[in-house]
Design a protein. Structure first.
Length: 472
């Protein structure tokens, strides 16, 4: 069942060791314990095609994570490379400060306005999702300033959310490990609980729990004071937190509460945008109409960095209409090469009908095939939403997910499982003991079958390994 039996040649081995040595000597990786990585040696990817990657040892891997939730159109798209190359030759850079701009930035802004729900007519460009969310923080505070309510400063986010790694992005994120480093969160950002049914929904139906989790927002707004709260921000489906799929009742109730108290609703669409849930934006899947939407990742399928914020008429009318300068921006806001790559990426999504395909065909197929893993002795709480899916590794199973017995987190069973996956050519991410995938949207039925078979094989290996260690 191993996808690629090739073993590295001596030359490949040497090349790999040399790169690993330089890597350990000079390259500080993001979100990495550098000391333990240096001891192990990193895996160096060299090539991608479709849903597959190859490393320096010639080993093929099935990329169940689309890079980092971003390579929506798959690897090896020459069209995007050509579009970027052509733009680099024509005009590699010009900024959008000081009354000038460039054509691809204008064209992309106009294109996004046609793709997004009708209330969105304007876009602010950044280079990443983190910068997008920093922009959100400044923009919502400016909005309330201009409306003569400068005390509306607070943004409410959620525990176990991920909104990026800049000072504001990491503050909006609800990750204790991030807040523990560098004096975060910054002032004016508070968190409520997450709509995680497995974690907190015991004894309720999913729909009851969705309403209850949304009510935490109302409680927090009233506790802080309505005149202090600027906005609520959330990912339609939490990604990095472990593919937390809220009950259907959650988002409409969140929106109702935001409207009731006039609090701006911000959807962080960095993962859910550009087709991940079978719609251009995840908000559409959940039937909500936010005031701002952050995007990044899938807008270029990760081929070059680009992010931004879609701004609804409600906010742009004030920002633009009340006049004055918004004192915020990045050198590379609206970078012509990134925008040209995004336009071509969007052309591919449209021409190949990839988003409809996920909604009506491959998404339902993934759901059905992934659900078949539920009979595995280790698998509990098996869930899919569009092209994201997750399952929890359980020590002891029960019919009701709440009655399953999880492993002791200290055993890091998720990481053990992830090693078996990687070792067998399957890239699946572990968030604690929840194993997740977010494949490229180009994945076919046959490739879904291949992925699910590979996951099952690796779950078997994990089970055997855990038994050997006496953990089962
Ligand atoms: C990845 C991510 C971000 C941060 O984007 P970067 O481009 O890494 O700065 C923000 N929000 C969500 C939901 C993300 O998944």
């Amino acid at each position: 069942m191993v996808t690629d039996p090739s073993t590295a040649s001596p030359a490949q081995e040497l090349y790999t060791r040399a790169l690993q040595k330089l890597d350990a000597a000079h390259y500080l990786h993001p979100f990495t314990d550098s000391k333990s990585l240096a001891a192990k040696g990193t895996r160096v990817m060299v090539r991608g095609e479709g849903i597959y990657l190859w490393d320096t040892e010639g080993k093929r891997l099935l990329d169940g994570m689309a890079g980092l939730w971003c390579v929506n159109v798959g690897y090896g798209r020459k069209r995007i490379a050509d579009a970027a190359y052509a733009q680099m030759q024509e005009l590699p850079f010009y900024n959008s400060f000081f009354q000038a701009t460039n054509a691809p930035a204008i064209q992309l802004a106009a294109k996004l306005a046609t793709l997004a729900p009708p209330q969105f007519q304007h876009v602010f460009f950044t280079n990443s999702g983190s910068e997008g969310n920093d922009t959100v923080v400044r923009m919502v505070r400016r909005y309330w300033d201009l409306l003569g309510q400068p005390d509306r400063q607070i943004l409410i986010s959620r525990r176990n959310a991920y909104h990026g790694s800049t000072m504001a992005g990491a503050s909006l994120s609800g990750m204790p490990a991030m807040h523990a480093q560098g004096g975060l969160p910054i002032p004016g950002i508070v968190h409520i609980g997450q709509p995680n049914y497995l974690e907190s929904g015991q004894g309720r139906s999913p729909q009851e729990f969705g309403m209850e989790a949304a009510s935490w927002l109302e409680q927090k707004i009233l506790e802080l004071g309505v005149d202090k709260v600027a906005a609520f921000i959330g990912e339609p489906v939490q990604g990095a937190g472990g593919v937390v799929i809220p009950p259907a009742s959650y988002w409409p109730e969140i929106q109702r509460i935001c409207r009731k108290y006039d609090v701006l609703l911000v959807a962080d669409e960095v993962i859910c945008g550009f087709g991940r849930l079978g719609y251009w934006f995840g908000s559409e899947y959940f039937g909500i109409t936010p005031d701002l939407m952050t995007f990044a990742k899938g807008v270029t399928s990760g081929y070059v960095p680009l992010g931004g914020v879609l701004v609804s008429q409600r906010v742009s009318d004030v920002l633009i209409g009340q006049g004055g300068e918004f004192a915020h921006g990045f050198t590379y806001s609206g970078h012509p090469v990134a925008c040209a790559a995004a336009l071509e990426n969007i052309n591919i999504l449209e021409e190949e009908g990839l988003i409809d395909q996920v909604r009506t065909d491959t998404g339902p197929y993934l759901q059905q095939r992934f659900a078949s893993l539920a009979d595995h002795p280790l698998a509990g709480n098996v869930e899919t939403c569009g092209f994201v899916a997750g399952l929890n590794l359980m020590q002891e199973k029960a019919a009701d997910a709440h009655a399953c017995r999880p492993f002791d987190p200290a055993l890091q069973v998720g990481m053990i499982c992830r090693s078996h996956m990687f070792g067998n050519g399957m890239i699946m991410r572990a968030v604690g003991d929840r194993m997740i995938v977010a494949p490229p949207l180009v994945m076919t039925h046959a490739q879904i079958d291949e992925m699910v078979a590979l996951i099952r094989f690796c779950l078997d290996e994990t089970q055997a390994d855990l038994s050997k260690r006496g953990l089962l």
